[in-house]
Structures are given as structure tokens and as C-alpha cells.
Design a protein around this ligand. Sequence first.
Ligand code: URA
Length: 220
Amino acid sequence: MEPNFIKKISYLLYCYLEGSASEKDRQYFHLYTRIKKCALCSSLVQSRNTVVTGQGPVPCEVMVIGEGPGYHEDRQGIPFVGPAGHLLSKMLASINLDRKNVYITNIIKCRPPQNRDPQDDEIKNCLPFLEEQIDLISPKIILTLGKFAIQTLIHSRQGITHLRGKEYTYHTVPVIPTFHPAALLRNDSLKKETWQDLQMFGKKYQALSTGYTFIKKRTK
Ligand code: URA
């Protein structure tokens, strides 16, 4: 069992025993254990080391949704901890968001073999978990990374180049798509448009936020 899982379970167990678990904590605990035990996709069950549920506060104003765990995430059981994750942290910091205050998850929770694209049936199997997560996290705004996340949320087959640069909604929650940080690491020329998307996201969030999630601006 990976340390992240043990830490979370121990904390939730403590809350239970102490009687301080909120209804949301209970529901999240229940969801978390169901995701961890899922065995719907036979090829992913064989290739995975861990199931990567999500990371961040519950509930949370900002939710980030990626594609699926890669090598590092599969080892550690935490989303976006490899090179793409480091870039994601920098992207969030560029709009004054600390990743500690953001809930991060993926469309599929298990690493596909050789990092291949998630398949339609895998996305379909995992979607009810994501829907429950969004419900529990109750974000004010969602940032999606790469084509699979936005396609899944808005039921589209268009590519990310076509979909980015606009705002969508998922059950009334504003959704802003941008390129996946892994794509940025491969292709520098996507940086300018990603920056524009992040600016759009930051402005929209600022208009919706209670102010709690923003990193405090450093005083010189
Ligand atoms: N890429 C993703 O889409 N998600 C991760 O968690 C890591 C890399």
C-alpha cells in the first residue's frame, strides 16, 4: 500500500473514531475506497501498481483534471508528480494558485500500459467516479488538461486545438480547457496559447472566488 493511501485512511479513521468526520469526509472516504478497489478494466488492473484517486482539499474551489497517471504517479499513487506535474505546479503558480489548494485528479485513475491513450471503454468505466468526485469537491471552476479531459466533460470529439480558448460548463460549473503540460514539454510553441488560457482561467476564477485559494502575494 502506498504511503499516501495509508495517511489518508488513517486520518479518516481517526475522524471516524473521534466522531468529527463531516458528511463530506464520510462520502469521500467511501468513494476513495471504491475507486481504490475498482477492477473494471482488466488490462489496467494487470498493468497498474496503484490506483491514483486524486489529491487536494475536499471540498475545493478549483479542480484540475488531467488524462491518466503516468509512470511516477503510478508508483507514488499521487496525480501529477512527474515532470508534467512539476510544470503544472508552475502553471498554477503563474496565476497565483498554490497546488496545495487545488484538487487534482484524472479522467482515468489507472496508468495505461506504456502510457498509451485511455480507451473509450476505460473512460466510460471511470466516468462515474469522476462525476462523484466533482459532486463532492463542488468546485467553482474546472481547468482541464489535454483533449481527453475536455472531450469527456463536454461530450465532444473535437481536438484540443479547436476546443481551447473558450469557456464551457459542466452542470453549471465553468470549465476552461488548455493543453496538457506533457504536450508543452514536447512542444514549446504551445506555450503562448496555454498562457492565454491560464489568464482566462485566472480572471474567471478571481471573479468567482472567495479569495481563499490564492497564494498570498509576496511583499518585497
Ligand atoms: N499526466 C496526466 O494526465 N496525469 C497525471 O497524473 C500525470 C501525467
